[in-house]
Unconditional design. Structure first.
Length: 115
């Protein structure tokens, strides 16, 4: 069983930056693909960014150039660097880890951007 824990979410002013972290209990963490999703109040959960085992990254159009996903395999951690934050970035941010058989989700971390 893989457990994920997100952290780093808080209240920040528009234009500010945050770095979210997601730490996993998984063995062979480096082999997993990691993704960040977010869910704003009253909206469906949406994809934000992805990084695979090779370090290749993919972003949603809405965050490309603003957010950066990275991973530090030695710490079993994936990061989401968020810059130039806007009120519309307010959401609960979730981390997902995937192998060929299963997906694992964290509990989420709240990011609130004030105008």
């Amino acid at each position: 069983q893989v457990e994920l824990r997100e952290s780093g979410g808080r209240l920040v002013q528009a234009g500010g930056s945050l770095r979210l972290s997601c730490t996993a209990s998984a063995r062979f963490f480096s082999t997993y693909t990691a993704r960040w999703f977010r869910q704003a109040p009253g909206k469906e959960r949406e994809f934000v960014a992805r990084i695979n085992s090779k370090g290749d990254t993919t972003y949603a159009d809405s965050v490309r150039g603003q957010f950066t996903i990275s991973r530090e395999n030695a710490k079993n951690t994936v990061y989401l660097q968020m810059n130039s934050l806007k009120p519309e970035d307010t959401a609960v941010y979730y981390c997902k880890l995937s192998d060929l058989q299963r997906d694992y989700w964290g509990q989420g971390t709240q990011v609130t951007v004030s105008s």
